[in-house]
Design a binder for this molecule. Structure first.
Ligand code: PFF
Length: 347
């Protein structure tokens, strides 16, 4: 595909919305808070931010540059820039990783839809942690329900991808990302105004370096890569849709700042509420699916807040799954000359 033919995002805002849409996801709202809870709060946060600045930002810039100069998918861009080298293998690894991540990520994304449903039908009231744990286990080990939600989620994502870069990815992320920011800010304000919420903020912002081990440092680095969607061909693919008029370094700063801000806001929305109700902050991956429904059940106005929270989670997951799918669809379309529709169906 020549440079002239290739579709570009139509504005700077569209670029930031799409890239931030990819970066901000379950990693920020589901994974980051429970890692923070398990690894001792603020000390983990500091190390995480160091990795974001020292590794994440330069790598994101490199991926954007490779995509924009290559004007192709993740594999094609490497091939074009280094026709004689073996760098394209890195691109193949990115496409493969996107595919593998999509495998588990979309399952958890499907769970978020179930929880939107449970929130809307007011199913968290009068349930204690043990009952909510049972509800979660029953649901996640059920044969059909997770598959049905997964299918619905994938059909919506594929529908957006089908519409293409401009009408699908650009339009949806330009609407969904501001919605996400508004909801997370509202949730954060609600949480810090809860009685006893200050202990949660103290946990978040007072570093305890005795909890830091080499394993924790490695987790912080992994989280930085995952959260910024790096090393998976995603920012290369999106970079190939960025027009020459855009300042890539500005985009990198805006996307990383937004991504980090949402992670911190998610923690600010969750921990004061967890502390206010005397719940264990070290809960693992179930934090948002078991602990938070418990928090909402006991919180004034919990019905509305629970709906908002799970919609937020669902929207964040949607814009990330779209980006994972686009990596693979672009690869199939450009490397194998497949029709977008066929590639989409296959993915
Ligand atoms: N960055 C996303 C998150 O934090 O949830 C996950 C993700 C999306 C990783 C796209 C990789 C990717 F290519």
């Amino acid at each position: 595909m020549s440079k002239e033919q290739r579709i570009n995002f139509s504005s700077k805002l569209a670029v930031v919305a799409a890239a931030a849409g990819s970066a901000v996801g379950l990693g920020n709202i589901w994974r980051f808070p429970y890692e923070l809870g398990q690894y001792g709060g603020a000390a983990f946060l500091i190390i995480y931010v160091l990795f974001v600045v020292l590794l994440g930002m330069p790598i994101m810039l490199s991926e954007f540059i490779i995509g924009r100069m290559g004007q192709r998918d993740a594999v094609g861009s490497f091939r074009k820039l280094a026709p004689k080298g073996k760098w394209w293998i890195i691109g193949v690894m990115g496409v493969l990783t996107s595919f593998l991540i999509m495998g588990f990520y979309s399952v958890v994304a499907g769970w978020t839809m179930e929880y939107v449903f449970q929130a809307v039908t007011n199913q968290f009231v009068n349930k204690d942690t043990a009952t909510l744990t049972q509800v979660f286990v029953n649901f996640s080990t059920d044969t059909w329900r997770p598959i049905i939600w997964l299918t619905i989620f994938m059909v919506i994502s594929a529908g957006i991808i089908m519409l293409g870069v401009k009408d699908g990815i650009e339009k949806s992320t330009k609407f969904l990302m501001p919605l996400l920011v508004v909801i997370i800010v509202a949730l954060g304000i609600r949480a810090i105004t809860l009685p006893g919420g200050a202990a949660g903020l103290k946990f978040l912002f007072q570093p305890d370096f005795s909890k830091i081990t080499s394993g924790v440092v490695l987790s912080a680095m992994g989280q930085a890569f995952f959260s910024l969607s790096l090393g998976m061909g995603c920012m290369i693919t999106y970079g190939s849709y960025i027009s020459k008029k855009n300042h890539l370094s500005h985009t990198v700063v805006e996307v990383t700042m937004l991504d980090t801000l949402v992670s911190i806001l998610a923690a600010v929305a969750i921990f004061p509420a967890v502390f206010s109700l005397g719940i264990n902050p070290g809960f693992g991956p179930e934090l948002v699916f078991i602990t938070l429904p418990n928090v909402f059940a006991q919180m004034p106005g919990g019905y509305i807040w629970s709906i908002l929270f799970f919609i937020l989670l669902c929207v964040a997951a949607l814009t990330s799954v779209i980006s994972l799918m686009e990596v693979i669809v672009a690869y199939l379309v450009e490397e194998f000359k497949m029709k977008r529709k066929t590639a989409n169906g296959l993915v």
